[in-house]
Design a protein around this ligand. Sequence first.
Ligand code: NAP
Length: 475
Amino acid sequence: MAGAVTEKRLLIGGEWLETGEWLDVRSPYSSELVARVASGGGGEARRAVDAAERAMRDPLPAHKRAEVLVRVAGLLGRRHEEVARLICAEAGKPMKAARVEARRAMSTYTMAAVEARKLAGEMIPMDATQAGEGKLAFTLRLPVGIVGAITPFNFPLNLPAHKLAPALAAGCAVVLKPAAQTPLSALLLAELAGEAGLPHGWLNVVVGPASEIGEQLVEDTRVRAISFTGSGSVGWQLAKRAFRKRVLLELGNATPVIVEADADLDTAAEKLAQNAFSFAGQSCISVQRIYVQRGVYSVFLERFLPLVEALVVGDPADEETDVGPVIDDDARSRLLDWIDEARREGATILAGGEAVGGLLGPTVIGDARPELKVSREEVFGPVCTITAYESLGEAIELANGTRYGLQAGIFTASLEGALAAARRLEFGGVTINEAPSFRADQMPYGGVKDSGNTREGPAYAVRALTEERIVVIEA
Ligand code: NAP
């Protein structure tokens, strides 16, 4: 029944627009049509920048920005069930995880509202040098300008939230391009922002061909910052092309975790079984490489594998499901190829390794050499490796043996070992006795090496989206 299909439009300058072109959003689980979305290209992106420019001519005071942000958080709370179901439908994210994401987006907006109210410059101690004597000076923190935001499919609500809420807190208007596979949660956020009283033009959402929209955001000199979350191949290209802009990159990881012999093995096994496979491993900090001290390797496996095998694989809409589908057939084929490569190269498949009914089961690979793709590249699927090591030094070296550096973790009872790992692991974040997939939304979150060049979390993103202007007074 064609009439029953939900249709969503683009948001430009406060108007919800059709373009004549439609993009289908399908369930990654059943392939059923979830909705169709008006698709726009470079022209729509340019009009969105025009609208953002008009909006920024009339700046919003901090208290109004904070009020809008708080109201969006409230609306997300009131519509929690609907929001979680939408994430589940478009991303194939199991309801358990979709609910967590929906709650986290409330925190993101709430913390951004706090930052909006705190935004201030600082006094400069001018008489600290001879040159400054007799002068008074302070800085203003001003919005960097229009922000182009680009987000991936895997957190379709909370990653747009991490762009939109801090940008508004900083006083910047945004043109958002969400992932083509999952644009619906972002469009819902835009709807909620309107309901919360955000004036027209401050938030514009354009869905459509990525390269065309990206080109407009890169080439348009009015766009002063591009905030990108996604794969390194796209992100670093954008940074290269938009070299005159501030380009903030949040990219991938091949997340390692070390389990020392003195660790609480039950806790480690439980947390790692959950965090290697939740949302089918499609989180940028999904546990991928587990290094276990040789003395406890077999004991750890005895505890870990039954927990992995007990995970419920199935329909993401079922409340019991832990592991749903990966985003599409291409992702599944790539993962099966990488598992085959590991098999061929002598690794042992300790669990899973196959797709059943289109769903890839949680897969644990032992004896995977460091050169294999599963050990080196970002898996981004329900696959982890498990490797024995002798000393902590060796484990840290193995963990660092990747081009990525987003988050890493260690389980140990030794304070000394934990702090050594915190100092020597080359990552943006290190968790101790917690899975490295942990994130609270106010934390500074971001990577080193190929994993990115910035930190998100409202306080840090607001800093990145504002400029300091010095004001000097002869006094
Ligand atoms: P992706 O393919 O890089 O896509 C991300 C976004 O970039 C999408 O909106 C995509 O649009 C857009 N895009 C693609 N080509 C573009 C171009 N030439 N110009 C401008 N935009 C372009 O990434 P993904 O597969 O959706 O997401 C998975 C990746 O994101 C993983 O590497 C994961 O680790 C990373 N990630 C990082 C974080 C973090 O915070 N560090 C969080 C989550 C995910 P279309 O959808 O229209 O192609």
